[in-house]
Design a binder for this molecule. Sequence first.
Ligand code: SF4
Length: 652
Amino acid sequence: MCSTLPLWGTKNKTGGQLMEWKGFTGNIINVNLTNNEINLSKQNFDDIKQFGGGLGINTKLAADLFEPNIDPLSPENHIIIGVGPLVGTITPGSSRSVGTSKFPATGAIAYSCGSMSFGFNLKLAGYDNIIISGKAEKPIYLLIWDDHIEICDAASIWGKNIIRTHDILSKKYNSCSTIAIGQAGENLVYHSLALIDRVSTFGRGGLGAVMGSKNLKAIVAKGTNSISIAHPKEFTKLFKRLFDRIKNYPHRESWHDLGMLRSLPVGMLFKTAGQNQKARQCSERVYLNQLKKRRIACPSCPMGDKDILKLEEGDSTELIHYATSIINPFLMFTDLDGLNYNHEAILAHDKCNQYGLDYMMVAALLDYCTKLFEKGILTKENSGIEWNTDITTLIHIIEIITYKTEFGELLSKSFDNLSELYEGTSEKLPNVKGLDVVFEPRLLHLGTMEFEQVVNPKGSHVASGGSPTYIGAGSSIEKFKSHFNRMGIPSFAFDNIFTPPVAEMVINVGRLTRYAEDWYTVLTSLGLCARAQINRFYGLESVTELYNAITGFNTTSDDLRKAAERTWNLLKLMNMKENFSRKDDKFPEDWFKPLKFGNKYFKLLDFFGETIITPDIANQLLDDYYDERGWDKITGNPIKAKINELELKSFI
Ligand code: SF4
């Protein structure tokens, strides 16, 4: 079961010259697991110009491939992995891999992004994209080692957790990068995801289950070549300028010390809510003195923010835990009243990572079920569980969801399958399109991150709506304007963005979200990390200069902005065929009720915390979002004129 392929050179099969790619490799790996077939195809130059790489080209490839309304866990589903043209160079933060598929938890054709070194290795092996289709007869993993591509037997690693799987493969190939699933993905749990290099989450919404449905345990990438850069002198000049800015950034040291805890001081959040015990457990002091072992970074990132933690308390004092950020285990405290100590949160988070479960979903489910137990709707008799909110119950829940045993079978599916639990109660798990809320606007106020969860077909998620409404950013109109210029928001849009439904709100997050999505798409199509600590050093103009120096193209900033808009519209058109429309873009009803957190109640307020967001204001913000996108306000979908303007007519 082995295929070895020669890397295509610059000549085509008939001997004519093919385009020599810079930045991009120009190569796509196509794998059909049903037939055990592997072949290579070339990138289409026009597609690259129209969509860019990464998220953009993934979306175009998906639009060409996907039949509407397929079962996400059937062989008809595809997994497309793509990396942008900056990945594989030394550009700071150029680490993004994008995965596109139809996700089981939401039924949307959506994307997910991860970092660490998979993209870097894939590029250095000589490829921009992988398209995986069909279903293998038995467990396999895909090996990509320069020009050697092989479908390998995974019998010996099937059933193993992600950390173990990564370690085995890394040892076998003398250091490599992996995208791997754990037992949750193997068992087709809807809340399963993959991890890149056992650290970076990849595929909230069930990419783990999609891999499991294909009997695909892991993808291994190892690249030992290099990327050709079109204008090395120009690139070096741009790189030096950027690197000096990052090196001299006055807060760089504190970023290195605290990582994501610097941008989201979770301890303060608990303190505000009167939860002093949890506040102490998540404090900077405890993190630095008791938990942090060391920090790791993606290749080429001078702002490394991933965590290696070591437990020194509790029953698992030998545990070394890899986390994409310390705030992830800490945030488990927000949902789970029964968790009191950070070693418990880290232990639970580690279990989720090992099994490849989405920890946010697990915590939300547990919180929800606790409420149903308190109301007597769930009982020991109908669930088979002695319900407590302690760590023992939490670990038990993680295991029964992973293995779909007992009550875990019900919890392993989408929220629709839980609807029978709603009978007799008004209690619903706040969710957007079947995914629990990531950015809770009643705690964080309504910025673009919070709003974007509502309008994105992929449902509640992390990051696509990043903008100056990040906590603590853009707090004055002048500051907002300077960020808008950096993100390449056209100045003619400023007036609209500063015209909210109620004057006191100052910012119209509906309108701003359109540009936050476009900026995210530019970054993710080029392969750049969108996290605030890297994103802040980039602007549309500077990324255009880098793109041109690396690829040799003469692309303008407007071209990149247009490619991002085209990508977002195409994604929407695909999901229109999956029957998504405005009816799905709903603010969860719970958001309009106060949230009890600790001993305080929090209402849904605008970004500045002045205006209560009512259902009418929320509806107006949705209208404004569609209007800013040039979409129909009634259906929430692109209109003919926009489709024609973006040359997407062939996709309807
Ligand atoms: S900021 Fe974090 S996720 Fe982004 S490139 Fe750096 S280490 Fe990776």
